[in-house]
Ligand binder design. Structure first.
Ligand code: OXD
Ligand code: MN
Length: 581
């Protein structure tokens, strides 16, 4: 028994006072028991055993359905180490305010101890974490999303090199809800929420916020990125990592189905949300997916938009806050089938097809094992990771950003990533079409000062001459009437083909003030309903739009004061100068 771990678990148990403490080993009998108890206490409903075997349904508290950025804190000693884009609490104040909320919080409940690995077992890039929780829903999700139980304790041995995560549902009140990160102690406290990103501590809390700090200290990258392998008709596979803000189609791109016109091309999923990247002996960056499953947004997922995800979730999956038909099947808006007559909504009320209430919450989710994905990469559990040729950044922009461009070099690419912005959509509250800056898609997930984070990216580039090429993509340009100009989905592979060719030194490009853009006929549009005029619009770099864009980026950078790396300042000045500004 690992003494450090035992002492910490004992201390948490003494304070939270559960009825019993259960150390999880990851076995089938154990999870069967957890589900049986969860069926009994109402945490879970069993779904249709014929059409959705071994699937479970869960409704969360209606006030607890999403990540809560305003209740998420970085508890570094100094406020400047959290930076202007994070909420901050001093560790002493955090303890004073939040530790009392854990007192007796598990009375009448079971405390589960979940040892888990982020990443393939035995990989030098993997890391161990332990989550303590009083939620059976968390246990069931962690069993899909991580490698958990005995395998993790074996990997840990006597080491103290693990992340401690304490989670309690508390009383689920938003007034007593906190998600706290202590980067120097590698510790997480989460109370008052049972929702995914707040409660499955291996995901956003450890694999991004805590791991980003470890990555800076140890010289690697922990990023909010999907990883895909792209195989060309000659059978050569290159790997791409891509960062997009939430709700920009990461899971869809990770599981892309090549269009019929691109015979012989294949796309292989390595991960859909998080990438950990380290240098290999050859100086290249190698990426692993630290997760073991997908925690994907259900609405909008259909046989047409993402057939691979659709197939992945047909067994051994958990559905959270979707509609539930009388046949005990899931249903959500954008599933591609009409709403069934008889259904209960995510709130448990009868569904009214003419009413205002949706069947599924817009942030309703599926949790599914990655190895059930039909296009899962044969390399997805390779302990060495996969070598990354290209990094893509992107956002949702109606104008300004062309379909694709390549940065001039690594540092310019870091600037392009730092300047990522995405427009808010009608699905979220607030003004539509407002650009929110979301550097590297890490705004809610970077565990330290974002200025220092950009410097870390710059420093990484000095350590190797084999860094991936950096690109920016935008699938979301619209015409003046709001119609999308690019068909998206599987057709995005045509853009990736240009990216792959650039990496191989095979495609030509136009040099513009923002970077290298494909020539007019650079993207293969054969068989597509996209004419030449639309294509030039898609590749256009409009100086008026870019003046506004660079002004806005400059304003954002200004928030970082003297934490803004000199390199980012100079990149912005150079970009302005290229436009004659
Ligand atoms: C997610 C997110 O849940 O990025 O993956 O919000
Ligand atoms: Mn995400």
């Amino acid at each position: 028994m690992n003494q450090d771990l035992k002492q910490w678990v004992d201390a948490c148990a003494a304070h939270t006072q559960p009825d019993r403490v259960v150390w999880l080993d990851g076995s089938q009998e154990e999870i069967d028991r957890v589900y049986a108890e969860g069926l009994e206490d109402g945490t879970f409903l069993r779904m249709n055993e014929e059409t959705y075997p071994d699937c479970y349904y869960h409704r969360s508290d209606p006030n607890d359905v999403a990540r809560v950025e305003h209740l998420t804190f970085i508890c570094s000693e100094k406020e400047e180490d959290a930076g202007p884009t994070n909420h901050w609490k001093h560790p002493d104040k955090a303890r004073e305010e939040v530790w009392p909320l854990f007192e007796g919080a598990m009375k009448g409940r079971t405390m589960y101890v979940i040892p888990y690995i982020m990443g393939p077992a035995g990989s030098a890039i993997s890391k161990v974490g332990v989550e303590i929780t009083d939620s059976r829903y968390v246990v069931a999700n962690m069993r899909i999303m991580t490698r958990m139980g005995k395998v993790a304790l074996e990997q840990l041995g006597d080491s103290t090199d693990y992340c401690k995560g304490l989670h309690s549902l508390g009383d689920l009140s938003p007034d007593r809800r906190f998600i706290l990160h202590f980067p120097s102690r590698r510790e997480i406290w989460s109370i008052g929420s049972g929702y995914g990103g707040n409660a499955l501590l291996g995901k956003k809390c450890y694999a991004l916020r805590i791991a980003s700090v470890m990555a800076r200290d140890q010289g690697w990258l922990a990023e909010h990125m999907l990883i895909v392998g792209i195989e060309n008709p000659q059978g050569e596979t290159r790997y791409v990592a891509a960062a997009f803000p939430s709700a920009c189609g990461k899971t869809n791109l990770a599981m892309l189905v090549p269009p019929a016109s691109m015979k012989g091309w294949r796309v292989w999923t390595v991960g859909d949300d998080i990438a950990w990247m380290k240098f290999g002996d050859d100086g290249r960056l190698y990426a692993i997916n630290p997760e073991n499953g997908f925690f994907g947004v259900a609405p909008g997922t259909s046989e047409k938009t993402n057939p691979n995800a659709f197939k992945t979730v047909r067994e051994n999956s958990i559905f959270t806050n979707v509609g539930l038909t009388d046949d005990r099947e899931p249903w959500w808006e954008g599933m591609g089938t009409s709403a069934p007559e008889k259904m209960t909504t995510w709130k448990g009320a009868p569904y009214d097809p003419n009413g205002a209430e949706r069947a599924a919450h817009p942030n309703s989710r599926f949790t599914a094992p990655a190895d059930q994905c039909p296009c899962i990469s044969p390399e997805w559990e390779n302990p060495q990771g996969v070598p990354i040729d290209a990094i893509l950044f992107g956002g949702r922009r109606a104008r300004t950003n062309p379909l694709v461009f390549q940065s001039f070099d690594w540092n310019h690419g870091v600037f392009v990533g730092a300047a990522v912005g995405s427009e808010t959509t009608a699905a979220a509250t607030g003004a539509v079409g407002v650009v929110r800056r979301d550097p590297m898609a890490m705004l809610p997930f970077c565990g330290y000062n974002m200025g220092d984070y950009w410097q870390h990216w710059v420093d990484m580039g000095t350590r190797s001459d084999k860094m991936p090429k950096i690109f920016h993509v935008n699938w979301f340009q619209q015409d003046d009437r709001g119609k999308y100009l690019w068909p998206g989905f599987g057709e995005n592979l045509r853009v990736l083909q240009w990216v792959m060719n650039r990496c191989a030194g095979k495609a030509e490009a136009e040099e513009t003030p923002i970077g290298y853009v494909p020539k007019a006929d650079g993207i293969d549009t054969s068989g597509l309903d996209v004419d030449g005029a639309t294509m030039s619009r898609l590749l256009e770099v409009d100086p008026g739009d870019w003046k506004k864009e660079l002004d806005d980026q400059g304003e954002f950078f200004g928030r970082f004061g003297d934490k803004l790396p000199a390199e980012m300042k100079s990149q912005l000045e150079k970009a302005r100068a290229r436009f004659g500004l």
